[in-house]
Design a binder for this molecule. Structure first.
Ligand SMILES: Cc1cc2nc3c(=O)[nH]c(=O)nc-3n(C[C@H](O)[C@H](O)[C@H](O)COP(=O)(O)O)c2cc1C
Length: 449
C-alpha cells in the first residue's frame, strides 16, 4: 500500500462518524442508529443486474423506515467496493457457484474458499479449482492459507505472475486442530517473527502486481493469549490493505458470542487502514449495528448467508438506506436451491459431485419453512438434478416466507475446546529452533475456518 493511498484512505475515514461520535443515537434507534431518509415502502423486485429474480423483495414490516448508513465505499488499494460488505471465505461453501448466487444480489466483495499455499504451488487440481473465477467476477478474490513464509510467498507470486487474482487474503483465523497443532491458522500470530515474515513476504509479492493483500484473524488463541492487537499493528506496518477481525478466540471455535468490543478496539488502534468486522451478523440490521457499534469500514459475513444468498441484497439495500428486504416464499427458495445445484454441477464438472455438495445446504435453505421430515431427509441425500426437481415439485410453492423462523443463527456453532498447539508454543513469542525446523514441513492440506 502506498503512503498516498494511506493518506487518502485516512482522510476519507475522517469524513464519517465513528462509533461513539453520536452518543445516544444508537440507543434511541433500534436498528443501530442510521440516519432516516425515507419511510416509503420499497418497490418489490430484485436489485442488481436483474438476474436475481428467484427471491422476491418484500416491503418492510409496517412502520419500518428507510435509513441510510453513512459509510463510504471500501477502498482496498486500487479496488473500490461500493457496498462495504464481504462474503467471508468459507471452505466448502464459497466456491464459484455460491459466489455467483451472492453476487447477483449485491455489490460487495466475494472471497474464495481458502487454498493451501503448498497445494497451490504444486498446482493440485483441487487448488486450481478453488482459485478459478467466473469470467464476470470483476474482483477475483483468493484466500491463502500457509505457515511457511517461502511457500506463502511462492503462492502469492504464482497468483500475481499468472494474473489469477485481484485481491489476496491471508487466513490467520482457522481454529481446526489439524491446523493449529502445526502452528497454523489462529495459532500463528502468537509467533511474532513468523507472522511478520509471512505478511511482509506476501505483501511484497502482491505489490509486484499492484494487488491489495489483506489478513483475516481471530482475537487470539484464548482469552489469556490474545494476539489481535500486535498482529493488527504488524500487518498495518507491513503494508496490508485492510485487516479483518473475527471477534472470537480459537478456543471458542464458533461458540458463544463474537466480541464486537474487540473489533471496535482494533478499529480505533489502526486509524490509518480499513478494519473489517466479522462475527454473528445474521441480518442486514446486525450489519448496520456492527458498523455503528464498532466504527468498522466494512463487514464480513459468513454463516448468515448460508442458505440465504439474498442476504447480500438486504445488505446492499440497508447500506443504501432502503428498507427493502428479501422475504422469499418456499417456491422461490426451491428455485434458488435448484439453480445452486446446477451451478455446482457446472463448477465441479460432475453431476455427482455437484449434488453431493448441495446436500449440506438443504437444512440452511429450508430453515423455518414448512417442509416435512421425510422430504427433508430425501433432499439431504438427493442423487441427481432430475430427482432434485421432482422433490422440489412436492413442496407447497405458495407457502409464504415464515418470518423469524427463517432468520437468526445458522451453521456451525459447537462448544469451546482447548486449542491444539505444537509443543512449547506458548512458551515464547518467537519460534525456537525446533519450531523453526518444523514450520517448513507444517503446510498441511486442509479446509478450515
Ligand atoms: C463452513 C465454514 C468454513 C469456513 N472456512 C473458512 C476459511 O476457509 N477461511 C477463513 O478465514 N475462515 C473460514 N471460516 C470462518 C468464517 O470466514 C468466519 O470468520 C466465521 O464463520 C465467523 O463469521 P460469521 O459469524 O459471520 O459466520 C469458515 C466458517 C465456516 C462456518
Amino acid at each position: 500500500m502506498t503512503s498516498a493511498w494511506r493518506k487518502a484512505a485516512a482522510a476519507k475515514r475522517k469524513l464519517r462518524p465513528v462509533a461513539g461520535d453520536t452518543p445516544g443515537f444508537a440507543r434511541s434507534c433500534d436498528n443501530g442508529g442510521v440516519t432516516a431518509v425515507s419511510t416509503l415502502p420499497a418497490p418489490i423486485g430484485a436489485p442488481g443486474d436483474g438476474t436475481a429474480g428467484d427471491a422476491h423483495a418484500a416491503p418492510p414490516a409496517q412502520g419500518g423506515s428507510a435509513l441510510r448508513l453513512d459509510l463510504p465505499p471500501l477502498t482496498l488499494g486500487n479496488i473500490t467496493v461500493n457496498t462495504p460488505v464481504i462474503l467471508a471465505p468459507m471452505a466448502g461453501i464459497t466456491n464459484k457457484a455460491f459466489r455467483r448466487l451472492c453476487r447477483e444480489y449485491g455489490g460487495g466483495l466475494y472471497v474464495s474458499e481458502m487454498v493451501t499455499s503448498r497445494a497451490l504451488v504444486e498446482r493440485s487440481p483441487e487448488s486450481m479449482r478453488i482459485i478459478s473465477h467466473d469470467g464476470d467476477e470483476k474482483v477475483r478474490s483468493v484466500q491463502l492459507y500457509g505457515v511457511d513464509p517461502r511457500t506463502v510467498g511462492a503462492a502469492v507470486r504464482l497468483l500475481i505472475e499468472e494474473d489469477r487474482a485481484d485481491h489476496i487474503d491471508l487466513n490467520f483465523g482457522c481454529p481446526v486442530p489439524k491446523v493449529t497443532r502445526k502452528g497454523g491458522g489462529a495459532a500463528l500470530p502468537w509467533k511474532l517473527d513468523l507472522f511478520t515474515g509471512i505478511v511482509q513476504t506476501a505483501v511484497r509479492e502482491a505489490s509486484r502486481g499492484n494487488v491489495p493483500l489483506t489478513i483475516k484473524m481471530r482475537k487470539g488463541i484464548d482469552e489469556d493469549h490474545l494476539t489481535f492487537r500486535e498482529a493488527g499493528k504488524i500487518a498495518r506496518d507491513s503494508g496490508v490493505a485492510a485487516v479483518a477481525l473475527h471477534g472470537r478466540t480459537a478456543s471458542q471455535f464458533y461458540s458463544g458470542k463474537a466480541d464486537w468490543n474487540a473489533i471496535a478496539e482494533l478499529r480505533e488502534a489502526l486509524p490509518d487502514i480499513p478494519v473489517l468486522g466479522n462475527g454473528d451478523i445474521w441480518s442486514a440490521e446486525d450489519a448496520v449495528r456492527m458498523v455503528r457499534q464498532t466504527g468498522v469500514d466494512g463487514v464480513v459475513i459468513g454463516r448468515g448467508c448460508q442458505g440465504r444468498p439474498w442476504l447480500f441484497g438486504d445488505l446492499m439495500n440497508a447500506f443504501e438506506g432502503s428498507p427493502t428486504r428479501y422475504q422469499p416464499g418456499l417456491g422461490q427458495v426451491a428455485e434458488t436451491v435448484y439453480r445452486h445445484a446446477e451451478l455446482l454441477v457446472e463448477t465441479f464438472g460432475s453431476e455427482m459431485m455437484g449434488l453431493r455438495d448441495i446436500r449440506k445446504h438443504m437444512a440452511w435453505y429450508f430453515k423455518g419453512y414448512v417442509v416435512g421430515g421425510e422430504l427433508r431427509a430425501k433432499l439431504a441425500t438427493v442423487p441427481t438434478l432430475e430427482v432434485l426437481r421432482g422433490l422440489l415439485d412436492e413442496l407447497d410453492k405458495d407457502s409464504p416466507y415464515p418470518g423469524q423462523d427463517a432468520e437468526g443463527p445458522r451453521g456451525r456453532a459447537g462448544s469451546p475446546k482447548k486449542t491444539a498447539l505444537p509443543e512449547h508454543w506458548l512458551d515464547g513469542r518467537v519460534l525456537n529452533e525446533a519450531q523453526q525446523a518444523d514450520i517448513a514441513a507444517a503446510e498441511v492440506d486442509v479446509s478450515g475456518g
